[in-house]
Design a protein around this ligand. Sequence first.
Ligand SMILES: Cc1cc2nc3c(=O)[nH]c(=O)nc-3n(C[C@H](O)[C@H](O)[C@H](O)COP(=O)(O)O)c2cc1C
Length: 169
Amino acid sequence: MNLRTEFLEAMSRGATFVTVATTDGEGGRYGVTISSLTPVSADGEQPSLLGCIHHLSPAVPAILKNRAFCANLLAEDQEALSDRFAGRGAPGDHSGRFDATDWTPGPNGQPMIAGATAAFECRLATALLWETHYIIVGRVTHVRRSDNPAALLYGQRAYRRAVGLKGEP
Ligand SMILES: Cc1cc2nc3c(=O)[nH]c(=O)nc-3n(C[C@H](O)[C@H](O)[C@H](O)COP(=O)(O)O)c2cc1C
């Protein structure tokens, strides 16, 4: 097994939440499913987070131009929506992804997906190209939560849900 395959196999053991990063503005409307969303700090000038997006995704130049995006944390019943924004079925058709989705613009115009368990509207703080991926850092300007706290997870190459070890839902 080469190092790349070993890395992917090992990383697949960690379950992550599933986010659709969306953006809208002069640079166009784009959205992409990512598992790389990470909170960075709650205690800076504003809370901040980061996500890693492949440099060839058209969402990247759009986020850089729009200087804003929304991180939509999907709820556990939004597996089909995750697949749609990962281009499974219709690769590259970003406007089709939005046509098939219930969403509204947030206070700063960024697409907030209906039913997402949480959504974080962000202004772009900085972006760094690291080899194949842009590390996109956002300052959170607005947070929304739905009534459903159960997030969709992805681990061991499948969608999952979190269950408490002591029987909590
Ligand atoms: C669960 C899951 C997690 C993903 N995580 C990422 C990620 O963190 N970064 C990324 O660039 N692509 C990620 N992808 C792949 C992108 O969603 C997919 O390549 C992209 O949407 C393809 O469309 P585009 O190139 O037109 O943007 C993920 C896909 C899935 C299903």
